[in-house]
Write a protein that binds this ligand. Structure first.
Ligand code: AMP
Length: 217
């Protein structure tokens, strides 16, 4: 079983690359942000617990995230492996994942490196498809028809947590709680860093090389 973890600050391109990488590798794409948004729109208890944290750009408490994630990856479609996007976001989450997987499954962590200056611009102009989660940008990657997804025709929207105020809070939360995971995975010898400040295709090829080339993790 292969488990890939995509690390990087909000706006680094994790969502975009995760969809492509999962498809190329035949792995299931599991995004905890998407799972929370699904729970929110259905009004489930998990969604209700997560809402306040998400609206403020804060991380949802580990116990809520872990229950939701472990339930998702226990489903049969994940039995050959999966690609995690937006998880883990704290050392405690990474430790819980490692404990669950045991020593026979090695996690490979791919870290997208993007300078802070590029992140705010990317996030505040981002458009997300309500149905297939494809990502566009008002300036750099507009859809062919305004507010409609090129791929599935569904409505595009701006996430409420992509407002400038909430983006700042998410970046602070990332530096304090998630960035330490880079050193944590490096210490385990399973970290691969990729320059994410290039075209989508270039980043994708670099990620593919790091994840699947012979001798890679
Ligand atoms: P994302 O779509 O990955 O940017 O996630 C959106 C929001 O969902 C985050 O700002 C957090 O509030 C919450 N969230 C997603 N994944 C996690 C996680 N692994 N741990 C804690 N909160 C999370």
């Amino acid at each position: 079983m292969q488990v890939l973890v995509l690390l990087g600050p909000p706006g680094a391109g994790k969502g975009t690359q995760a969809v492509r990488l999962a498809k190329a590798a035949g792995l299931v794409h599991v995004s905890t942000g998407d799972l929370f948004r699904e729970n929110l729109s259905k009004g489930t208890p998990v969604g209700q617990r997560a809402k306040g944290f998400m609206d403020q750009g804060k991380l949802v408490p580990d116990d809520v995230v872990l229950d939701m994630l472990f339930e998702r990856v226990a489903r049969p479609d994940c039995k050959n492996g999966y690609l995690l996007d937006g998880f883990p976001r704290t050392i405690a989450q990474a430790e819980a994942l490692a404990a669950r997987l045991g020593s026979s499954t090695r996690v490979c962590a791919l870290s997208l490196v993007v300078p802070d200056s590029a992140l705010v611009e990317r996030l505040t102009g981002r458009l997300t498809c309500r149905k297939c989660s494809s990502i566009y940008h008002l300036k750099t990657l507009p859809p062919k028809v305004a507010a409609k997804c090129d791929k599935c025709g569904s409505e595009l929207y701006q996430r409420t947590d992509d407002s400038p105020e909430v983006v700042q809070k998410r970046l602070v939360e990332y530096s304090a709680k998630t960035a330490p995971l880079i050193a944590w995975y490096r210490g385990k010898g399973v970290l691969r860093e990729v320059d994410g400040n290039r075209s989508e295709d270039e980043v994708f090829r670099a990620l593919e090389r790091e994840a699947f080339a012979k001798g890679a993790c």
